[in-house]
Design a protein around this ligand. Structure first.
Ligand code: TXA
Ligand code: MG
Length: 320
């Protein structure tokens, strides 16, 4: 496994060739780093599951270079789904659509729907475009972390998560820290109206505005049916507790205007909700690097991106 830190066109070309050869290529997106494989290569897909130690019934998102590739992977897409694609791609939203025959069971976990996304990161987009030029159709990419763990928002975090499990010829493309820092919004578009399965930077309000449909469903407090959305997700090794510290000596994450309690080790003090999302996973990782047993977190209040942050924190907190 090699990390490429200067992602020139020729290095991206080599990475696209590695995908064609059935290798795994971890790459940056605006949300988190993904672990990529040729979406038509069963052997490479099987390696993703083993490198991540992920149960095989958890479906993978297919990453494509543009909306023009949707027809390859999906059929009978509704008008509102295409509106969302036109409006938000490239960007942090994954659309769940009725699958075409190209989307094999190894990707969909045997479901009749496939998740598609056009990521907003120049290295990712160039990689996908080069891969398609070589005859590829799409790149499956889950977050590049071990199953249940915190998603990586830097190439260094990918190395720490998966370095021991990747092989010769596999690559990590380094394009610095991710701009958004939490995973894409996932929207089930197989029904009459969109259903939000995982909140993210594209918010409920934004989706309602674009589709003109009111009945998007928020996840908070609701039972979820997405595979992979089990409670013990996004968890660091440290125990995450929501609220002010109940004991001395843990880590502490809160917006900058919340003062650190005595004895707590401040892991992040973001000044905005956007910065909160961007630094959260790095701060949780830092807590693990420092060997902390507990990390106390004050959740951000309000709607929009704060909803997605609270969703991840709730899952991180129920992990142990
Ligand atoms: O931001 C992201 O979405 C990142 C970057 C790399 O694109 N990817 C990501 O992938 O978060 P992953 O595999 O860690 O999470 C994708 C989630 C899983 O919970 C999976 O179950 C769900 O999407 N998913 C994928 N395909 C699906 C499908 N056909 N139906 C329902 N859920 C699906
Ligand atoms: Mg993940």
């Amino acid at each position: 496994m090699q990390t490429i830190s200067n992602c020139t066109p020729s290095e991206i070309q080599k990475a696209a060739e590695a995908l064609v050869d059935g290798k795994l290529v971890a790459f940056p997106t605006e949300t988190v780093y993904g672990l990529g494989a040729d979406a038509k290569n069963q052997g490479a897909i099987a390696r993703i599951y083993s490198v991540k130690a992920r149960p095989v019934n958890h479906p993978l998102i297919v990453h494509i270079s543009s909306i023009n590739q949707v027809e390859k992977w999906a059929t009978d897409s509704s008008e509102y789904a295409l509106d969302l694609a036109r409006h938000f791609w490239p960007g942090p939203i994954t659309l769940i659509l009725k699958k075409s025959r190209l989307a094999i069971d190894a990707i969909t976990g045997g479901q009749d729907a496939v998740g598609l996304r056009v990521p907003l990161n120049p290295v990712a987009l160039n990689l996908l475009a080069e891969f398609e030029k070589l005859g590829g159709s799409g790149v499956v990419a889950p977050s590049a972390n071990r199953f249940g763990s915190v998603s990586p928002t830097s190439a260094k975090a990918v190395e720490a998560e998966l370095g021991n499990f990747m092989e010769k010829g596999d690559l990590i493309l380094n394009d610095g820290p991710c701009l958004i820092g939490i995973e894409s919004t996932i929207v089930d578009c197989t029904k009459d109206a969109p259903i939000i399965l995982r909140p993210g930077a594209v918010t409920t309000e934004m989706i309602e505005q674009v589709t003109g449909l009111k009945n998007t469903v928020d996840l908070e407090g609701q039972k979820v049916r997405v595979p992979g959305q089990m409670a013990s997700h996004y968890s660091p090794k440290a125990v995450v507790e929501l609220g002010m510290p109940t004991q001395q000596g843990g880590g502490f994450i809160a917006l900058a205007d919340v003062e650190s309690p005595a004895g707590a080790l401040r892991l992040a003090a973001p000044i905005s909700i956007e910065e909160y999302a961007r630094v959260l996973y790095k701060a949780l990782r830092l807590g693990d690097e420092l060997g902390l047993e507990r990390i106390f977190v004050i959740e951000p209040q309000g709607g929009g991106l704060a909803v997605a942050i609270r969703d991840r924190l709730k899952k991180a907190a129920s992990g142990k």
